[in-house]
Design a protein around this ligand. Sequence first.
Ligand SMILES: NC(=O)c1ccc[n+]([C@@H]2O[C@H](COP(=O)([O-])OP(=O)(O)OC[C@H]3O[C@@H](n4cnc5c(N)ncnc54)[C@H](OP(=O)(O)O)[C@@H]3O)[C@@H](O)[C@H]2O)c1
Length: 244
Amino acid sequence: MEREQDGKVALVLGGSRGIGAAIVERLARDGAQVAFTYAASPGPAEALRAGIAARGGTAIALQADSGDAAQIKAAIDQTLDRFGRLDILVVNAGILRHGAIDQFPMEEFDRMVAVNIRGVFAALHYAAPRLSDGGRIVTIGSNAAARVAFAGASVYAMTKTAVAALVRGAALDLAPRRITVNNIQPGPIGTDMTEGLAEMVLPLLPLGRMGETREIAGLVAYLVRDEAAFVTGASLTIDGGYSI
Ligand SMILES: NC(=O)c1ccc[n+]([C@@H]2O[C@H](COP(=O)([O-])OP(=O)(O)OC[C@H]3O[C@@H](n4cnc5c(N)ncnc54)[C@H](OP(=O)(O)O)[C@@H]3O)[C@@H](O)[C@H]2O)c1
């Protein structure tokens, strides 16, 4: 039976754990050949690759720090070398550090900006010329771009607001080639990043629970389908009502 993404090639930046891993799994299940990056965790990356291969899918794991533009470019090159095309780019790699504005160390600020903003720009900058016409770009921002809610989250919120703005402009730049560019803004999702935060965020969630990684992957699966070809420049919030 033909699957939605048969014949397509995807690259997921930051795909070894959490939301990124669920996206890799979903795209592979939908038929895509998937390359994904990780920065520091070869173990989970290899387990994900092997699990997909055992289920008959195709995935490759690439080590590439999204804080370094040259490593992002190399991951894009390696994906093209291996699979010969690139149809879908998902920019999920992101980091979260909390701290009040007067205490946030400058070097941590620089790292947040390097991964969460500069890394997203570098990914779009280097991938756009190599993407197939009619291709798809999806970034993973955060609902913190719409509602900060907590003290200590200013830098994270700033970086994710920048992603939403970048996506709107990039959607215009790439529209002549029918490449859509969209941004997903999750609320609290159960991953390593949110470990220990459940008690703090649950009272802010009208649906009474945190989100699941597969729910974010499901929205990615929609955005990369043919029937989403008219959706571009959008920031889509999926947060159990947190931002209402
Ligand atoms: N979880 C949430 O509640 C939530 C809510 C809103 C938005 N988000 C956003 O969703 C994305 C994923 O979050 P998550 O909760 O799944 O995070 P996570 O559990 O910490 O996983 C992050 C993934 O990205 C990779 N990664 C981290 N830094 C990287 C870097 N510099 N270069 C390349 N890969 C890197 C990690 O691999 P390594 O360990 O190997 O580095 C891992 O595969 C982030 O952009 C985050 O800001 C998350």
